[in-house]
Design a protein around this ligand. Structure first.
Ligand SMILES: [Zn+2]
Length: 214
């Protein structure tokens, strides 16, 4: 079986999407790209995350050809492929329909740097224009923004985040959902203060050395 470790991670983080409240039912999807082997492990379409087994994870190449698996890949297959083609530093894609990010996406509100954590995306979290789910048009719309940002709201749909691995992609989704909630709450009672651009640049540099990295 190809991509043994990646299959385990797709299952582990699929369950985390549900247990963290980032998605419910079979919503959302995720993938992991092994660039050395040129193969991508993607979640199967419409399957319960807690019932998904190793053999259900679908293996594709970068052109979307089926390499291994009997299940249909996620309906957002093109979205995942386009993002990997657009950025060579991206090895994981996480897509969710979390409540607060989707609320802002439905309002068409991008998230300005109202918290230092917005720097995990970049200078803001932009909103990609609406296109029908599962279409190359949607994949193209998001790709335009992913060149400059690690998190993109998809108008009237949800959120997509990228990372160098599944852990960072997942953490970004969790934090952007938190920021979305804070932004929404702040806008309910007033006008949140936006951090200046130079502070976001400073934070971005600080993030490079944050945590256990040496
Ligand atoms: Zn979706």
């Amino acid at each position: 079986m190809k991509l043994d470790r990646e299959r385990d991670l797709i299952i582990e983080y699929g369950r985390k999407l549900v247990s963290s409240g980032l998605t419910s039912g079979t919503g959302g999807n995720l993938s992991l790209f092994n660039r050395r082997e040129g193969l991508i492990a993607v979640s199967p379409s419409g399957m319960d995350y807690f019932k998904t087994l190793k053999k259900d994870v679908v293996i594709l190449d970068l052109n979307g050809n089926l390499v291994e698996g009997k299940r249909k890949p996620t309906s957002e297959r093109d979205l995942h492929l386009y993002l990997y083609r657009a950025r060579s530093d991206v090895n994981a894609v996480v897509h969710v329909h979390s409540v607060f990010a989707t609320t802002l996406a439905s309002l068409g509100w991008e998230i300005p740097p109202i918290s230092y954590l917005v720097a995990l995306s970049g200078s803001k979290v932009p909103v990609a224009p609406y296109a029908t789910y599962g279409t190359p048009e949607l994949a193209m719309a998001v790709t335009e923004y992913i060149k400059d940002f690690n998190a993109v709201l998809m108008a009237n749909h949800g959120l997509v985040t990228v990372g160098e691995d599944l852990e960072s992609g997942f953490n970004r989704a969790e934090i952007i959902e938190f920021i979305s909630q804070v932004y929404w709450r702040a806008r309910c009672v007033g006008e949140p203060i936006v951090l200046p651009e130079e502070e976001i640049t400073r934070i971005t540099e600080k993030f490079q050395s944050y945590g256990q990295r040496t």
